[in-house]
Design a protein. Structure first.
Length: 307
C-alpha cells in the first residue's frame, strides 16, 4: 500500500512538472511593443505600437476618460474576461502608454506586489510626457514592461520582481519589447526561461526595425503589425493554433506629431466578430463632450490613416 501511495505521489509530481515545463516554454499571454522617435519617423515626432495578444475571452472598447483633475485621454479597455481594464492610452498632451506582460514571472507572483491601483490611468491624467512619467518611477513596482512616448522621445521600462527598474530611452531611433527581460540581467530567481513566442516575436520585430528605408511611417508600422511569418502562435500578428489559445486581439498605433493632434489607428479582432478598424484624431475625440465611449462604427472612426 505504501509503495502504491508513493507511486501515485511521484506520478502527480511528474504531471505537475510537465505542465509547468510546457507552460514555461509557451506562456499564454503576450504582447509585442515597438516605437520610433525623432529622425526615425517621417516628419519627426514619434510612433508607438502595441499588438495586444490575450486569451479570446472578452471584448474590447475605446473609452474617453475625463478625470476631475488632470488630462483627458482615449484608452483601449478590455471588458469582461480574467483581466479587464485599461490596456493602452493616449492623453491630450500626446503622451502614449502601452504595456506587456512579464511571462517569466507567474501571474500569482506578479499580483502579490503592492502597486498603486490604476497606475496607467493615474499617469495619463497627470503626466504631459515621458520625463513626467520617469519622475514617478518609484510607483512602478509590479513586474511589467512599459513602452511610453511623447512628441520628442520614447522609452522602455522594465520592472523586475525584486523592484529593480531599467529605463531605455531615445529621441532618435527605435525601441521594441515582447515578454521577457532584456535590459535587466541577471535574474537568478526566475525559473522560467523566455518563451518561444516571445523570443521569436522579439527577433522578428527587431529585424523589421532594421529596414534601411527609414524614416518610418504609420503605414510601415501597420504593415509590421500584420506580419504572420512565424505561424499562428509565434508571429507578431497571432491567429492562434486553436480557438481557445492566445491570439492577437488588437493593434494600437499612435502617431504623435511634433505639433498638432496625435492620430490613432486601432484594429480590433474580438472573438466572434469581424475585424474592425478605427482611425481618428485624438483631439477630435476629446472634443466630443457627451461621450465616454467611442463606437468603432462611428463617424469619428472614419478618419485618415495616421501619417
Amino acid at each position: 500500500m505504501m509503495i502504491g501511495m508513493m507511486l501515485r505521489y511521484t506520478l502527480r509530481l511528474a504531471w505537475v512538472a510537465a505542465v509547468w515545463w510546457v507552460f514555461s516554454l509557451n506562456p499564454s499571454h503576450a504582447c509585442t511593443l515597438w516605437g520610433a522617435a525623432g529622425n526615425a519617423v517621417e516628419g519627426g515626432g514619434a510612433l508607438i505600437t502595441k499588438n495586444r495578444d490575450w486569451t479570446p475571452d472578452h471584448r474590447q472598447q475605446l473609452n474617453i476618460v475625463r478625470p476631475k483633475e488632470g488630462y483627458a485621454s482615449v484608452v483601449l479597455a478590455a471588458v469582461g474576461g480574467a483581466e479587464p481594464g485599461t490596456k493602452a492610452g493616449v492623453n491630450e498632451k500626446g503622451l502614449v502608454m502601452v504595456t506587456a506582460t512579464v511571462n517569466q514571472v507567474p501571474a500569482a507572483e506578479r499580483k502579490r506586489v503592492d502597486q498603486k491601483k490604476g497606475l496607467m490611468s493615474h499617469l495619463l491624467a497627470r503626466c504631459a510626457g515621458v520625463e513626467d512619467v520617469l519622475k514617478q518611477i518609484e510607483l512602478f513596482r509590479r513586474p511589467v514592461f512599459y513602452l511610453v512616448g511623447d512628441r520628442k522621445e520614447i522609452a522602455v521600462i522594465e520592472v523586475a520582481p525584486d523592484g529593480r527598474r531599467s529605463i531605455t530611452r531615445t529621441d532618435s531611433g527605435t525601441l521594441h519589447h515582447t515578454n521577457h527581460y532584456g535590459a535587466i540581467d541577471p535574474l537568478p530567481d526566475l525559473k522560467r526561461k523566455p518563451g518561444a513566442s516571445s523570443t521569436n516575436r522579439s527577433a522578428r520585430i527587431e529585424k523589421l526595425l532594421k529596414n534601411p528605408n527609414r524614416p518610418y511611417t504609420a503605414d510601415d508600422f501597420i504593415r509590421f503589425s500584420q506580419d504572420r511569418t512565424a505561424g499562428p502562435d509565434n508571429s507578431i500578428w497571432r491567429t492562434g493554433s486553436d480557438p481557445h489559445k492566445t491570439r492577437s486581439l488588437a493593434t494600437w498605433l499612435v502617431a504623435i506629431p511634433a505639433s498638432g493632434s496625435p492620430r490613432l489607428y486601432l484594429k480590433t479582432a474580438d472573438p466572434g466578430e469581424a475585424e474592425r478598424v478605427c482611425r481618428l484624431a485624438v483631439d477630435d475625440a476629446l472634443r466630443v463632450s457627451d461621450r465616454d465611449q467611442i463606437s468603432l462604427d462611428s463617424d469619428l472612426c472614419n478618419g485618415p490613416t495616421p501619417n
